[in-house]
Ligand binder design. Structure first.
Ligand SMILES: [Zn+2]
Length: 64
């Protein structure tokens, strides 16, 4: 059955400014503590910077 679906057209209201990504706070990068060991998962003082997977580095909250 191929009933023509009338998909509700999404109204894209022009946002004044994109919302900041909550995970990286708009930086596009996240710093996470480096864990050592598989059992205890001890957290060291070292921190590594990684690409924010929520916004993929754009720093904007994903809109869906
Ligand atoms: Zn982000």
């Amino acid at each position: 059955m191929t009933a023509a679906k009338k998909s509700a057209t999404r109204r894209k209201t022009a946002l004044p400014k994109p919302a900041k990504c909550p995970d990286c706070d708009g930086h596009g990068e996240i710093t996470e503590a480096v864990k050592v060991g598989t059992r205890k998962g001890r957290i060291t003082d070292h921190r590594q910077t990684g690409l924010c997977l929520t916004c993929l580095g754009f720093g904007e909250a994903p809109t869906d």
